[in-house]
Design a binder for this molecule. Structure first.
Ligand code: SAM
Length: 221
C-alpha cells in the first residue's frame, strides 16, 4: 500500500484529507496520544509539535510557548482556531528556528511520512536544548501487514505515501545525538468505540510488548 514517497506526494495526500482528518481519527487513539504527550512533556516550557496537522493535542500541555508546525498548509488551516497555538508551515527536514529554541518536541504519526527521517531527527536535535526531550509516536513497523489489512478493511485512516519504521529503525535515526529514555508499544486495535479499544488494550498486549503503535522518548545529550 505504499505510494511513491516524496514531499509532493505526502503534501497532496494530506491536502485531500485535511478537512475531514481530525473527525475521522479514532477518539481512543487520540486519547492515548494525549496521555503520552502529557506524561512525557509535562515539564517543558517551549514545545514544538512537528507534523501537528489538525490535531488539538498541544492543548493538553500548559506550555507557555507552544507552536504547531506542519508542512501541509491545508492541515494547519483545518485546526480549530479557538484557543489554538501559533501555526507555522515548514518542512521538518529544515526548520525555521534557531538552535536550542525548545525543550520539548513531539511528532505523532509523522516520521513514517518523511522521505529523509534522519534529516528531520537531526533538525529536532539542533532546535532542542541539551537535555531537551523528543517524543515520537508512530505505527509499529513490525506489524506492517496488520496495519495494511486494517486499512484495506477501512478500519483506519489511509496512510498515503509512507515507510513504516520499527523500534530499531527509529532508534537508529537518533545517532549519537540522543539517549533513548523510554520505549513501549501500545494500542492493540485502533478502530471502533473508545471503550472497546481501551478494553482490548488492557487485555495484556502492552505487558507482552505488543501493539500497533509505539512511542519512543529521546533525550538530547
Ligand atoms: C498522519 S498525519 C498526523 C497529524 C497529527 N500529528 C495527528 O496526530 O493527527 C501526518 C502529518 O505530518 C505532516 N508531515 C509529513 N511530513 C512532514 C514533514 N517533512 N514536515 C512537516 N510535517 C510533515 C503531514 O502534513 C500531516 O499533517
Amino acid at each position: 500500500m505504499t505510494t511513491e514517497h516524496n514531499t509532493d506526494t505526502v503534501k497532496a495526500h494530506y491536502a485531500e484529507l485535511a478537512q475531514s482528518y481530525d473527525d475521522k481519527a479514532n477518539p481512543a487513539c487520540k486519547r492515548a496520544y494525549e496521555s503520552l504527550v502529557r506524561r512525557a512533556l509535562a515539564d517543558c516550557t517551549h514545545v514544538l509539535e512537528l507534523g501537528a496537522g489538525s490535531s488539538p493535542t498541544l492543548a493538553v500541555l500548559n506550555a507557555p510557548f507552544a507552536v504547531a508546525c506542519d508542512m501541509s498548509f491545508p492541515m494547519l488551516a483545518a485546526r480549530n482556531a479557538a484557543a489554538d497555538a501559533p501555526r507555522v508551515t515548514a518542512d521538518g527536514q529544515q526548520l525555521p528556528y534557531a538552535s536550542g529554541s525548545f525543550d520539548g518536541v513531539y511528532t505523532i504519526n509523522v516520521l513514517e511520512h518523511v522521505p529523509a527521517p534522519k534529516a528531520l531527527v537531526s533538525e529536532v536535535s539542533r532546535i532542542l536544548k541539551p537535555g531537551g526531550l523528543f517524543l515520537s509516536i508512530t505505527p509499529n513497523g513490525d506489524v506492517e501487514w496488520l496495519l495494511d489489512l486494517l486499512e484495506r478493511l477501512k478500519l483506519k485512516l489511509p496512510e498515503g505515501p509512507h515507510k513504516f519504521l520499527n523500534f530499531a529503525e527509529t532508534a537508529a535515526l537518533a545517532g549519537d545525538a540522543f539517549d533513548v529514555v523510554a520505549h513501549q508499544k501500545f494500542l492493540a486495535f485502533p478502530a471502533g468505540p473508545e471503550g472497546l479499544v481501551n478494553c482490548i488494550d488492557r487485555l495484556g498486549f502492552r505487558d507482552r510488548g505488543w501493539g500497533l503503535f509505539q512511542y519512543i522518548v529521546f533525550r538530547k545529550i
